[in-house]
Design a protein around this ligand. Structure first.
Ligand SMILES: [Zn+2]
Ligand SMILES: [Zn+2]
Length: 172
């Protein structure tokens, strides 16, 4: 998705950009995140002084793996997007450290990597199929959402366990 900088500045008005970006390459070798659709973007680019502000909404359908029960589930992710670019001259080397804006000197900005990153960083880090997912039994590995197992999952306080072992060894 190329944004033509001079055209945008010359137009003197915001430019709406809509389209899709393929994400399958990005998650090719990833079993936890499988995109079910290309990413959709609907953003507005606006030139303000020496800056270009791009903001809007990103969305995609994605298959996620629950971090507790490891089951796959599908979700539609929709997140806001905002990025700022600063037009600089080729000769300009001084870059303010307090400036979040991405310096650009080319006539065209390829927005694709910024849009993709904008969505990816907001994907759930530890996805959950549901808020109260019971997860897997730590002993037998059964999915506790589907059936309960007969395991004794009562939590044993490790301090008490140590004490019990110690008492036992004293008696022997
Ligand atoms: Zn789950
Ligand atoms: Zn079990």
């Amino acid at each position: 998705m190329l944004l033509k900088v001079q055209e945008l500045v010359a137009a003197g008005q915001p430019l709406d950009l809509q389209g899709t970006l393929d994400m399958s390459d990005l998650f090719q070798n990833n079993s936890e995140y499988s995109p079910l659709s290309p990413m959709k973007f609907d953003v507005t680019a606006q030139a303000v002084g020496d800056r270009i502000l791009v903001s809007g909404q990103l969305s995609c359908d994605i298959r996620l793996q629950c971090s507790r029960c490891l089951e796959k589930f599908d979700e539609t992710i929709s997140v806001p997007f905002e990025e700022q670019f600063r037009i600089i001259e080729d000769s300009e080397t001084e870059v303010s450290e307090n400036d979040d804006a991405v310096p650009v000197s080319e006539e065209r900005i390829d927005l694709s990597p910024y849009l993709l990153e904008g969505l990816v960083v907001q994907l759930p880090y530890a996805p959950l199929c549901s808020e109260d997912c019971k997860g897997l039994c730590l002993d037998c590995g059964k999915n506790l959402n589907e059936q309960s197992c007969g395991c004794n999952t009562e939590k044993i306080d490790p301090r008490m366990a140590a004490l019990q072992d110690w008492f036992k060894s004293q008696k022997e």
